[in-house]
Design a protein around this ligand. Structure first.
Ligand SMILES: [Zn+2]
Length: 117
């Protein structure tokens, strides 16, 4: 068995190199392709930028530029390892979940305000 295959067997698929990741960030202008968060707006934003495999890597998605997009950590987490036909489908799901969580946040805010009175 060639070394490459043994490594893959032992350590899983190779990680994306920093250069490859940078290419994706630059193409996407350091902006989350799901929620539109601007990575260059602040250090905090920049810090949470990740690379997302539109077709999940765990399910055989390629390390190729057309399968990789810039995503902030929350969006990447929400998207998870689910399968989507297109980036648009994935985006719809992520944005719907974010909306759901925002409503939860709003109701917690209200509950907090009510408790303070
Ligand atoms: Zn995002």
């Amino acid at each position: 068995m060639p070394i490459k295959q043994i490594k893959r067997f032992l350590f899983g698929p190779p990680r994306l190199s920093r250069e490859e990741a940078m290419k994706v960030f630059k193409r996407d202008h350091f902006k989350c392709q799901y929620c539109g968060l601007e990575g260059m707006q602040s250090f905090e934003n920049w810090l949470i930028l990740t690379i997302d495999h539109v077709h999940p890597h765990a399910r055989g998605g390629a390390h190729s530029m057309n399968n990789l997009v810039t995503a902030c950590q929350p969006c990447n987490l929400i998207k998870g390892k689910r399968e989507y036909k297109t980036l648009e489908d994935a985006k719809k799901h992520v944005l719907a979940k974010r909306e759901e969580w925002q409503q939860r946040y709003q109701s917690q805010l209200k509950a907090g305000a009510a408790a303070a009175h």
